[in-house]
Design a protein around this ligand. Structure first.
Ligand code: G6P
Length: 628
């Protein structure tokens, strides 16, 4: 997600800001910007700041993907001398395209205030309407900009920057880490956070803040954590931390033993581990901001009208790899909730057969990158045949998202590990939200039922955290399977795509032969391969076919297979037919894959490590496949 840096007490702030933004590049970004309070007249290379009595805000912003920090450096070469408080940002778009106008920092109407933000403001639409009605002019499509104008209102009434920020934070809902500066208080930065990271630093007459430790390591090892709902006032050489209610608190000092590379991985051994641990946030962020006041679903980016959707009589979902498995989970959910036929196809096959589509078909392309050639060509073919095209992507304004009639973004943040983890979970959630939205529009489920499922989805992040915490149990099972060479992953109902994903992870990370199969189909052939030494991993979380699943497991066990089952906590009946159990917290069956896949990611990860393979760099694989 977005990267944040801020410093006060540094007379030449530009090199520090740019250096820190470089250190945050691993987070991924599509645009970047910096703003500073400078002496004298204002200058804004991006958009309209005005001159003011006590110095002015100077700001530059640049779009252009991973070139944007380099572009920023060119623009910043003309920065005036005499820097006071300074902030910088790399943006990973969520609300609004990755353009220079939407890049942070954002300013208020006077141009004397600038703010940067990481996270999502859920009630931005209603705040925007209120501010516009009060005469404010907002110049970007971001959720962030409303915060600048809210602070402006209070400062116009005489409040200080910390007071005005505090009162703004009482008005916003959602997740944020922010830093704000004002030309009226040249050496002050006000920072706060809720649910997204922010760290503070002190060094020789300076005070710093950043979204992440790597940005600070080059400057100081005196690093402090800011907790949820705390506000920090940074002045040269000093930090003052209070709760949002104004009660003073002592920030916790962190012991930094990492070098920059380790810090970029957040202290994890590799990006895959880090990204697996980001899964609760990926799911929570994908769900944020999707419900109106009455609890009904609102999909802002969707663009397809209710009438378009009411006309739909068939859904095709096309994707590759882990995205294809997410689509398979969605098929069960959408058919059950919406009662329209859903066909899921591997993109590279879909585009070369003669799929039957027309204006009443909704074709959903699912792609983390939004650039995978097979998927983009498949949705292009669907559009040519007259279908309505919706894209589920993790990259705002990816080429697929731009070409589609509508889009639904997963908000997993950039994924660096080649084998998809957090994006896969976010895709399942986004596709199921789409299913519930269709059910709402088509009236195939009562509002109470949709509400009940959404409520169950909203507790998924906590359940994923619980599942992740059991990595040690998975490691124990993995250590007993180091000699195994043949794996079958079996599931039924939504457990089937989970089995496919578990097998794919094991192939791509541990280079072990693994077949994913619908358990009921086993007796039609593959059971001939089961013998002592074969490992069968079964998905036995409760779903309508759970009992049948256990019968299938009994069949392979009686033929000598070693059975590992993913089972709901306390399910002794499943445990009775297994050699090893990977326990997961239970949830509503149609959303259970979001939890069930977690121990399978961990199993593949651990076996990869035990076989000496680097999970971040699986052989022969690429993160984004732009060839056929
Ligand atoms: C590659 C990656 C997978 C990913 C697949 C589809 O194979 O290694 O992790 O699932 O592409 O990518 P997409 O960006 O379209 O979701």
């Amino acid at each position: 997600m977005c990267g944040i840096i801020g410093v006060t007490g540094e007379a030449d702030a530009v090199p520090l800001l740019l250096g820190a933004l470089h250190q945050l590049e691993y987070r991924g970004y599509d645009s970047a910007g910096i703003a500073m309070v400078v002496d004298g007249e204002s200058a804004d290379a991006g958009a309209g700041a005005g001159p003011g009595p006590a110095g002015a805000i100077w700001r530059v912003r640049a779009a252009g993907g991973t070139d944007s920090v380099a572009k920023l450096a060119e623009l910043a070469a003309d920065a005036p001398q005499g820097h006071h408080a300074a902030i910088g940002h790399t943006r990973w778009a969520t609300h609004g395209s990755p353009t220079a106008e939407n890049a942070h920092p954002h300013t208020d109407c006077t141009g004397r205030l600038a703010i940067i933000h990481n996270g999502i403001i859920e009630n931005h639409a209603e705040l925007r309407a209120e501010l516009e009605a009060a005469g404010h002019t907002l110049t970007s499509a971001t959720d962030t900009e409303v915060m600048a104008h809210l602070i402006e209102q209070d400062m116009a009434g005489g409040a200080s920057l910390p007071e005005a920020t505090r009162s703004m934070l009482r008005r916003v809902r959602g997740a944020f880490s922010i830093a704000a500066i004002s030309a009226d208080e040249p050496d002050t930065i006000v920072a706060a956070r809720r649910s997204t990271p922010l760290v503070l630093g002190l060094h020789d007459g300076m005070a710093l803040l950043a979204s992440d430790i790597p940005a600070l390591i080059g400057h100081t090892r005196r690093v402090f954590a800011l907790a949820d709902d705390e506000l920090a006032v940074l002045r040269p050489g000093s930090l003052e931390v209070t709760t949002l209610d104004g009660v003073a608190v002592e920030p916790e000092q962190l012991t930094i033993t990492w070098d920059v590379e380790a810090a970029q991985k957040g202290g994890f051994a590799d990006f895959m581990s880090k990204e697996m641990h980001e899964q609760p946030d990926a799911v929570a962020d994908t769900l944020l901001d999707r419900r109106g006041r009455g609890g009904e679903l609102i999909l802002d980016e969707m663009r397809l009208s209710a009438d378009d959707l009411r006309a739909i009589d068939k859904v095709f979902i096309v994707a590759c790899g882990s995205s294809y498995h997410a689509a398979l989970v969605a098929k069960y959910a959408i058919e059950h909730w919406v009662k329209v036929p859903v066909e899921v196809d591997i993109a590279s096959e879909f585009r070369y057969r003669d799929p039957v589509l027309n204006g009443r078909t909704l074709c959903v392309g699912v792609s983390q990158s939004g650039e995978t050639l097979d998927t983009s060509e498949a949705v292009r073919e669907a559009a040519r045949l007259g279908a309505k095209v919706l894209v589920v992507s993790n990259v705002v304004d990816s080429s697929m998202a731009r070409a589609a009639d509508g889009v639904l973004y997963t908000r997993a943040g950039p994924e660096i590990g080649v084998a998809s983890t957090k994006c896969h979970l976010a895709q399942i959630v986004a596709l199921e939200v789409l299913g519930l939205y269709l059910a709402q529009i088509l009236g195939t489920q009562p509002a109470s039922k949709i509400n009940e499922i959404l409520n169950a989805m909203e507790v998924l992040p906590g359940l994923i955290t619980e599942a992740l915490a059991r990595a040690g149990d998975v490691d124990d099972v993995a250590s007993k399977l180091t000699d195994a060479r043949d794996f079958f992953f079996l599931g039924r109902h939504v457990g089937y795509p989970v089995a496919l994903e578990g097998a794919l992870k094991l192939k791509e990370l541990a280079y072990l032969r693994a077949e994913g199969y619908p358990a009921g189909e086993l007796k039609h052939g593959p059971i001939a391969l089961i013998e002592p030494g074969t490992v069968v991993v079964g998905i036995a979380t409760r779903n309508p076919l759970w009992e049948k699943m256990l019968s299938n497991v009994a069949e392979v066990r009686s033929r000598g297979a070693t059975v590992v089952l993913v089972a709901d906590d306390g399910d002794e009946e499943s445990a009775a037919v297994a050699d090893h159990v990977l326990w997961v917290p239970p949830t509503y069956p149609l959303i259970a894959p979001v939890i069930g896949v977690v121990p399978l990611q961990q199993l593949a990860y651990r076996l990869a490590r035990l076989h000496g393979h680097d999970p971040d760099r699986p052989r022969n694989l690429a993160k984004t496949v732009t060839v056929e």
